[in-house]
Ligand binder design. Structure first.
Ligand SMILES: C[S@@+](CC[C@H](N)C(=O)[O-])C[C@H]1O[C@@H](n2cnc3c(N)ncnc32)[C@H](O)[C@@H]1O
Length: 272
């Protein structure tokens, strides 16, 4: 796998094939950052031995692998993703494990599976990138049997907070990230509506937060430099403001005063 050009944007994910190495490392890092939230959404699927599930936009297949452990050898898990590279990597990585797990290239908005094919469906940080996230959630509800469960974990980018720096520059940076680089940066706050509109009952949603312990981690998760440059290119902030904001973050970090965090939303519902 090539290692260049991963930028975290929705457009970037669409052209990830042939250059997915850096994206793969990002997914591995986020798998650790979001370990607790991922476990919670998996719990909400109520899966047990012998059951079946589909992981939508599975990336490297790390979550699909965890679901396979929950359904056991008599169960079935399918991971789908639009990226041929990531599906190939997920297959290569998990085939030796002998789990009841398979991967295939699919568009989350138009699944090839028949109605009622699974007991559960899970999606994690994918809806934010799709042209039509509501269609993807409807597809999840279609392929899950009545009484089965959907689980969703999505970020809410306008909630990004950064302390100790010019708040107007932060607003411009966050606006660029949420509105320019992502198809639906504020998808987290739509999770409940999407589950209800897809026909789910017993809908549960919870907003949770992440705190980034250092400038380096925040930069890795938030792509601050790219959004700062983007906001400057848009003319929302001046070059002087941009340079000062960046050096202020550096100084805050060196002095042990760096703070950044953001919210995401996890949700689940029962298919009617
Ligand atoms: C931020 S990554 C999350 C990956 C994985 N869910 C995880 O938690 O590690 C977004 C994923 O969505 C996939 N994706 C983007 N558009 C898609 C589409 N239309 N259908 C299916 N997957 C898509 C990307 O290839 C990428 O693997």
């Amino acid at each position: 796998m090539n290692t260049t050009r991963y930028d975290g944007s929705s457009e970037g994910w669409r052209r990830i094939d042939g250059q997915s190495g850096a994206a793969a490392r990002y997914l591995e890092m986020m798998n650790e950052v979001l370990a607790a939230q991922k476990r919670q959404t998996m719990d909400l699927l109520n899966l047990g031995p012998g059951m079946s599930a589909i992981e939508i936009g599975c990336g490297l297949g790390l979550d699909a692998e965890a679901l396979a452990a929950r359904v056991g050898p008599t169960g079935r898990v399918v991971g789908i993703d639009a990226s041929q590279d990531l599906i190939a990597e997920a297959t290569r990585r998990t085939t030796p494990l002998g789990l009841p797990l398979s991967f295939q290239v699919e568009d989350a908005q138009a699944l090839s599976f028949a109605d009622n094919s699974f007991d559960g469906a899970r999606v994690d940080r994918v809806l934010q990138h799709l042209p039509d996230p509501a269609k993807a959630v409807r597809e999840m509800a279609r392929v899950v049997r009545p009484g089965g469960r959907l689980a969703v974990l999505e970020p809410d980018w306008p909630t990004v907070a950064i302390g100790g720096v010019d708040i107007d520059v932060t607003r411009a940076v966050v606006r660029y990230k949420s509105d320019v680089t992502l198809a639906h940066g504020a998808i987290g706050r739509e999770v409940r509506r999407l589950l209800v509109e897809a026909g789910c009952t017993d809908v549960f949603v919870e907003q949770g937060s992440l705190t980034f312990g250092s400038f380096a981690v925040a930069e890795r998760v938030l792509s601050l430099r790219r959004s700062l440059d983007g906001a400057r290119e848009k003319g929302w902030i001046t070059p002087v403001q941009a340079d000062r904001w960046w050096s202020d973050l550096d100084r805050l970090d060196r002095d042990g005063k760096f703070f950044s965090g953001m919210s995401g939303v996890l949700g689940a519902g029962t298919v009617r």
